[in-house]
Write a protein that binds this ligand. Structure first.
Ligand code: TYD
Ligand code: MG
Length: 450
């Protein structure tokens, strides 16, 4: 019999050590190492099964038949539908709506083939009540309340479903590993076995994974590299809007987002997010700027807000929500040095409305505009949108897809766009839209105010 070894695994990042340590050397979290026993895990061992090298040309490839989940926003995030045999991890905070999203998706999928929803957290009655609330009508949707992976696999072999949902991966366990459910070894082993099943039997499988307060799925990154697709469901629990974001996708682009609204009767898709994000914009208020950002292939207009106010303490506060903190510090320094706006002693807050995260440099120019507008207490002209990258000398650099951004702004009734001069040559201005190309951050000040 194989000797059982004990080792210590960080429950946050999966780091393993033969000794207990107070602080994980990998992710620097305190008190996250827990004792686990190792037995040769089956999922990972079978993965290493020997195979014969084959010529690329000899491998048969069927054109990917993607299946629509009946929710266009989910299909978009998956890269155009569900790929047979794929394993998809849906992560998110507890209570954000993961179970609701997947129940709605399998409800639609069950119209074409049998679907099995394994609920390891709630009873079948609870899921049934929710399904009724969502107006579910699917006949071929099966529910199973089970936490043992061996039992789940047995039922899958009997039922042979076309689609499978495991809600959640942290509450199921396998006998192959001795650790408690939710521990890294359990989560990894269960996911490994479910992946073999998904690939072997061609069953697309969704795994639900809860995010812990540190922002990692518990038993966490260990899963990201195993699965084909990682989707995160995000949003402010106090707000009805939810954003589904692909952070890894073997079958499509990441950065695609899907936007949903949580209603009494479940999640509703938002096909026109720009309108939604601009709905509550305070026009003619200093510090508010509209930026045409690009999320994957889709242009979305969002409002960026800045508040600059005199600091009452020695060290001024700097807070960025929705944009990178370091990027904000850099833009403040550029404003200080190149545009000669004295922001050094000021408290500065930047926020992207609607809970959106903007990670592209095209947001730089809008951030600068919002900061200047708040600092000078002058409102930006309300029909204007602004985008462009700002370099360290204050020069404005071209960004990708300017035409898409300008078109989306024109569609929503904006009449003026301030953009990098270098982007001008690639654009035909839509009707009613005036394009203002600028070369340096200094020129921005002459253009943005009423
Ligand atoms: P849920 O899908 O259970 O979240 P998760 O699986 O991510 O933990 O959704 C929980 C929240 O969604 C709950 O607070 C109630 C709300 N909700 C609605 O507002 N409308 C609905 O139709 C449903 C089913 C849930
Ligand atoms: Mg749930």
């Amino acid at each position: 019999m194989a000797r059982i070894k004990t080792f210590f695994t960080c429950q946050q990042c999966g780091f393993q050590s033969p000794k207990w340590l107070g602080k994980c050397p990998d992710c620097n979290q305190w008190n996250t190492l827990a004792e686990e026993q190792s037995q040769p895990p089956q999922g990972s061992r079978a993965l290493a099964a020997p195979g014969k090298p084959q010529k690329l040309g000899e491998i048969t490839s069927t054109a990917e038949d993607r299946v629509s989940c009946g929710l266009a926003e989910l299909d978009r995030t998956l890269g155009g539908g569900l790929v047979p045999g794929s394993l998809i991890l849906v992560g998110g905070d507890p209570g954000i709506g993961k179970s609701t999203l997947l129940l709605q998706a399998v409800d639609q999928l069950a119209k074409s083939d049998t679907a099995l929803y394994v609920t390891a957290e709630e009873s079948t009655r609870q899921v049934k009540l929710r399904a009724e609330r969502l107006g579910s009508t699917a006949e071929n949707l099966y529910l199973l309340a089970e936490t043992s992976l061996e039992q789940i696999r047995k039922r899958v072999t009997e039922l042979k479903p076309g689609y499978l949902v495991i809600d959640s991966i942290q509450t199921i366990f396998t006998n192959a590993v001795e650790s408690a459910p939710g521990s890294v070894s359990q989560v990894r082993e269960c996911a490994g076995q479910l992946m073999l099943q998904a690939k072997g039997e061609g069953i697309p499988t969704f795994l639900v994974g809860h995010v812990t307060k540190d922002g990692a799925i518990a038993g966490p990154r260990v899963l990201e590299h195993m699965v084909d697709t990682v989707l995160y469901f995000e949003g402010d629990p106090g707000q009805p809007y939810r954003i589904l974001r692909a952070v890894k996708n073997r079958f499509g682009s990441t950065n695609e987002i899907g936007v949903f609204e949580m209603r009494e009767s479940g999640l509703r898709e938002v096909a026109n997010p720009s309108e939604l994000f601009l709905a509550e914009r305070p026009e003619k208020n200093p510090g508010s700027v509209v930026v045409p950002a690009l999320e994957g292939t889709r242009p979305i207009l969002v409002e960026l807000q800045a508040l600059v106010s005199g600091s009452s303490f020695g060290t001024p506060q700097r807070t960025a929500i929705g944009i990178d903190h370091k990027r904000m510090a850099l833009l403040i320094a550029i404003l200080d040095k190149k545009v000669e706006l004295q922001l050094a002693g000021q408290d500065i807050f930047v926020n992207v409305a609607g809970g959106v995260r903007l990670d592209e440099p095209a947001v730089d120019l809008a951030t600068i505009a919002a900061l200047a507008s708040s600092h000078l207490n002058r409102a930006v002209e309300p029909q204007t949108v602004i985008f462009g990258e700002v370099g360290l000398t204050g020069e404005i650099r071209a960004v990708s897809q300017p035409e898409l951004r300008v078109k989306e702004a024109a569609r929503l009734g904006f009449t003026r766009c301030i953009l990098p001069h270098g982007s001008l040559k690639n654009i035909n201005a839509p009707k009613g839209m005036k394009l203002v190309g600028i070369r340096h951050a200094n020129e921005l000040m002459e253009q943005i105010f009423d």
